[in-house]
Design a protein around this ligand. Structure first.
Ligand SMILES: [Zn+2]
Length: 475
């Protein structure tokens, strides 16, 4: 089995590789000793039955039941399963797979929204802009001392919007997963070692400019390694992030070097046209669409109509909260609006929901673990309040205030007190106010205290002349 250390030896220390393997001392918050029930929940040994309108791969079951044992779904039915020892909870909500976010930059989401007030034509244009450099300097200063808190805050922002798996972060030992980190420590491999993931996506995996001949050669060498090595099942790359000729050149370069392939997850693709999307389909390459961030930075986004015409698999994700959405529900809201106003409504509500659940799981090759509610898969679920006769429409319209419950690996981690108290001792629940609505986080499962993280981050950011981003934003 290949390991990251092995990989480093194989491909050498290419300068663009963000080999951030720093050992940092993390100030773990000390939750109180777990109660007996919480110990059972934490060990993943609890049996749980949740009732509500269940979104399944075949449609939805109104007033259905999801049975979970040992962290995995064991039954999906319209009749109550025979599980006499289970904790049974009637949510009266919509139960769907937890969202799978394939495009984020998790620790960055401590910074508040960046509003450039103008648009750019390429990624380096804004990333190298003095204004953005000034805005983002606190991030660079904080990473060494506060990474664990930063990542936890980013994960919390994802969690409150219904995300149960996210990508991408950095390889720091303190990542233990409020939500699953798909590029490091997903929890799928029975270990907390960080180098077991079969997806390669580090935020820095970008194609260098044509002038950087050495960097490009190293990129091609690395990409060929990932493609050839059967250990790796998915390779995510930021490509064609912009509207100018340099964005399109990135795509044609990859195509010319035969680097588009069934492992490929192409993030952005703003400049791509019909023939490019046909080339993606021919090579089995998928697209991650991030409309809100694209529109903020470039005034344009991927040509989804052409991608749909070609038959490209399209996942939806926020990019980051600085210029994109605060969470997946907010990004769904943006995509639904774009669909209505610019795509003539050709995407159904169900297709939009698939773009944040089953499609990203499939293109990241983790659909044998997550992305759907069916027996055998992990108990990663989100429950939202909404109209049971129109569950897909309800999901599209939902705000984070409507998130009633989130379970990851069958552990009820977050949600409304009325539901979380069915599982946890009230003393185990930390209250969070979100959009004026009280929510709770199960401290023993989260392993962190939100108030303590917020206080530490706020203090650190204040010293940098910045402020901490809120957990979520009103629309
Ligand atoms: Zn990105």
């Amino acid at each position: 089995m290949a390991s990251w250390r092995h990989l480093r030896t194989q491909i050498g220390a290419a300068p663009w590789l963000p080999l951030v393997l720093l050992a940092v001392a993390c100030s773990e918050d000390q939750p109180s000793a777990p109660t007996r029930l919480s110990a059972t929940l934490l060990a993943g040994e609890a049996s749980i039955v949740i009732r509500g309108t269940v979104v399944t791969p075949d449609g939805f079951i109104k007033h259905g039941y999801v049975g979970i044992v040992n962290g995995r779904v064991v039954s999906v039915s319209d009749k109550q399963p025979d599980m006499p020892d289970a904790i049974k909870v009637n949510t009266e909500g919509i139960i769907l797979p937890g969202f799978v976010d394939l495009h984020n930059h998790v620790p960055w989401n401590v910074l508040p929204r960046w509003r450039p007030g103008r648009t750019f034509t390429s990624q380096p244009q804004w990333a190298d802009d003095p204004e953005f450099q000034r805005f983002s300097a606190p991030f660079d200063h904080l990473v060494a001392s506060s990474f664990c808190d930063m990542n936890a805050w980013g994960e919390l922002r994802a969690l409150v919007g219904g995300t149960t798996s996210v990508m991408a972060t950095r390889s720091f030992p303190c990542i233990h997963g409020l939500v699953r980190n798909l590029d490091f420590n997903s929890g799928f491999y029975g270990t907390t070692e960080l180098d077991r993931e079969h997806i390669f996506n580090v935020a820095g995996f970008r194609l260098p400019p044509p002038s950087d001949v050495t960097g490009r050669a190293a990129f091609v060498q690395a990409a060929r390694f990932f493609i050839a090595n059967p250990f790796y099942e998915a390779l995510a790359m930021h490509v064609a992030e912009g509207t100018d000729a340099s964005a399109e050149e990135q795509f044609t370069f990859l195509l010319s070097r035969s680097l588009l392939n069934p492992k490929g997850i192409l993030i952005h693709g703003i400049s791509l046209g019909a023939s490019d999307f046909q080339a993606m389909v021919a090579t089995g390459t998928a697209l991650v669409w991030s409309p809100r961030s694209n529109l903020e930075l470039y005034g344009a986004t991927a040509n989804i109509a052409a991608a749909l015409d070609a038959g490209v698999e399209i996942a939806l994700a926020p990019d980051w909260a600085l210029t994109g959405s605060s969470n997946m529900l907010d990004e769904l809201h943006t995509a639904a609006q774009w669909n209505r106003e610019r795509l003539g409504g050709r995407l159904t509500d169900r297709q939009l929901v698939d773009m944040v659940t089953s499609v990203p799981a499939r293109v990241a090759q983790v659909d044998d673990e997550i992305g759907a509610i069916r027996p055998g898969l992990r108990g990663d679920l989100v429950v939202l309040s909404g109209e049971p006769d129109d569950p897909y429409g309800a999901v599209i319209r939902a705000t984070p205030a409507q998130v009633q419950l989130v379970l990851i690996a069958g552990v009820p981690l977050y949600g409304d007190r009325a539901l979380t108290e069915r599982f946890w001792d009230p003393a185990d629940l930390e209250e969070i106010t979100l959009l004026g609505t009280p929510k709770t986080l199960a401290t023993p499962a989260a392993g962190v205290a939100v108030a303590a993280i917020a206080a530490r981050l706020q203090a650190a950011l204040t010293e940098e002349g910045a402020s901490l981003a809120p957990l979520t934003e009103s629309r």
